[in-house]
Design a protein around this ligand. Structure first.
Ligand SMILES: O=P(O)(O)OC[C@H]1O[C@H](OP(=O)(O)OP(=O)(O)O)[C@H](O)[C@@H]1O
Ligand SMILES: O=c1cc[nH]c(=O)[nH]1
Ligand SMILES: [Mg+2]
Length: 212
């Protein structure tokens, strides 16, 4: 598994405002969208392309275009929805499938309460988007779900990650032979006793959409 921690002053600058508890929901949403666009640049480094012949006004040349089938973007509801617009802006021809997952606040185990994805993901390159990788339980289940349906290249894009969670993802998915990549805006210090990322940003879903 490849883990890429973005190291760019603009990303850290935007993350700092995102983390700040005084940042209101509209600003939080805007920052999350801006951040994912910057992270997607790194996350799509290995997006599948094929040669494409064109003619410029001056001469014929061969460029590239995204291969078919197009990539599948999978936001994990709720909080992953806050990253969808930014990701789709960079990959406008991608398809979007949805996974609704929620972590039980006591056991910290994730349950899947909704899915709207193609049954057959054979040969698909998938981008899972979720702002938080905490214990890693949610991401492990999401990646396994996609891999079981045939996805053969999976990249997770997160705003923050905890070292314990990344380790868990790596260990729990060690049997998968497909390429798995995590691209994150920052690797924070640790998890606290409630499974929250420290220093983190609190509950990403609540900060985007309010407490439900
Ligand atoms: O790595 P883990 O320990 O599994 O935790 C991470 C998950 O927790 C948050 O979602 P949450 O369960 O709060 O749902 P929400 O997006 O609806 O708020 C977050 O968006 C991840 O999906
Ligand atoms: O810190 C955390 C951990 C899990 N989910 C969140 O939204 N925040
Ligand atoms: Mg939440």
């Amino acid at each position: 598994m490849r883990v890429h921690v973005a190291d760019h002053p603009l990303i850290t600058h935007k993350l700092t405002y995102l983390r700040d508890k005084r940042t209101d929901s509209p600003t939080f949403r805007r920052l999350a969208e801006e951040l994912v666009t910057l992270l997607a640049y790194e996350a799509t480094r290995d997006v599948r392309v094929e040669p494409f012949d064109i003619e410029t006004p001056v001469a014929p040349t061969t460029g590239i275009k995204l291969s078919n089938p197009k990539p599948l973007i999978v936001p994990i509801l709720r909080a992953g929805l806050g990253m969808l617009e930014g990701m789709v802006r960079l990959l406008p021809s991608a398809e979007v499938g949805f996974l609704g997952m929620q972590r039980n606040e006591e056991t910290l185990e994730a349950i899947t309460y909704a899915n709207r994805l193609p049954d057959d993901l054979k040969g698909r390159q998938c981008y899972v988007i979720d702002p938080m990788l905490a214990t890693g339980g949610t991401l492990v289940d999401a990646i396994r779900y996609l891999a079981d349906r045939g996805a053969d290249d999976i990249t997770a894009v997160t705003l923050l990650a905890a070292p314990e969670g990344v380790k868990h993802v790596e260990e729990a998915l060690a049997d998968l032979t497909i390429p798995i990549t995590i691209v994150t805006g920052a690797m924070d210090e640790r998890l606290n006793e409630k499974g929250y990322i420290v220093p983190g940003l609190g509950d990403a879903g609540d900060r985007l959409y309010g407490v439900v």
